[in-house]
Write a protein that binds this ligand. Sequence first.
Ligand code: PLP
Length: 404
Amino acid sequence: MKSLDLRADFPQLKRIIRDKRLVYLDSAATTLKPLPVIEAVRESMAFGASNVHRGAHFIGDEVTGRFEKVREKARRFVNAANVGEMIFTRGTTEGMNLLAQTLGRTHLAPGDEILLSQMEHHSNIVPWQMIAGEKGAVVRFIPVLDDGSLDLEAAYKMISSKTKIVSLVHLSNALGTINPVAEIFAAAKAAGAFTVLDAAQSASVMRLDVGALGCDFLVFSGHKIFGPTGIGILYGRFELLEALPPYQGGGSMISEVRENGVTFLPPPNRFEAGTPAIAEIMGLGAAFDYVNAIGFEKLEQHSTQIMLRAEAGLRDIQGLRRIGTAAHRSHVFSFLLAGSHPSDVGAILDEQGVAVRAGHHCCQPLMRRFGIPGTVRASFSIYTSVEDVDALIGAVYKAKDLLS
Ligand code: PLP
């Protein structure tokens, strides 16, 4: 099996941690950044320092043009129809809060239901709980089966005329499960509900197509697709966005302000109050280019090969309990070692230069469902090599010896 030949693009992989080369297996938390992304951010700060949509000067126009080109790249990335459907946010979390405070605030009444699942990240739970609390709405959770897949039979039974919003994760950050969201969303839409997709993890490994997925809204973060932190995308169907009130007020989102009132710009500007994260947006544009140049076929193929090698190498470790064995899964290997706390295992791996995450992965309801405090999670990406996986396998054997 060959590793993809792009590790040289990622400077962080050259770091030596405690006299050992870095084995970075925490890509589900954030991916490493390739040189073109780093260069785009540097270039923006060094030579493109100007605000957007307001400068009466050359650099202002130049930066505005580049900024809007990134919006167009985002549109193509999710195959949306209209560039006005792409909103720059701080990330997945802000996208969800925006939806809860606009869609939720205007469409929920007492007794209405918001349908989530037990495997959601807290960013797809807490914003809905907050608005449900204010509106007297009810948050319900599709159960997760023992293999880490959704209980689809239960899901279809839970969708009814009371369901107003169905918001689901595409690819679970804690389990790796890929959910059949298009089917669930079709049932949700037939019942008259709005559909929201958390694509934070899927965006780096699966080609997204909002039409085929059947989502009214979709959110993801730049930092999980090789881009900078502090920037993300919210897609929304234009006619729905047009009917929503603003999320925040301020500059750049109004058409007129008077002492006795205000009128707002249409989407996307209505939802982008204040000076945006310009350098980060330039970095995100470079990240879209980087992913497109590799191609999703290669991304998926690499992620599958790496996962198969990890599974084969870790399968025979006695006392290793894998959490998340659904048939359709990707780039995340979550596990526990019998008799050990995940954070102790994580610390031993770290001592060997293997960076993983240990904990609840911002999925406490899911951990409670499995009756565990958390898991050790190794997550892979395009730069993960065969040697990285072998280092993980060796380090887990060592942890097992030390802890037993
Ligand atoms: N949803 C999923 C599935 C995630 O994995 C994450 C981050 O780990 C988030 C949402 C939240 O993303 P962010 O912290 O970038 O807003």
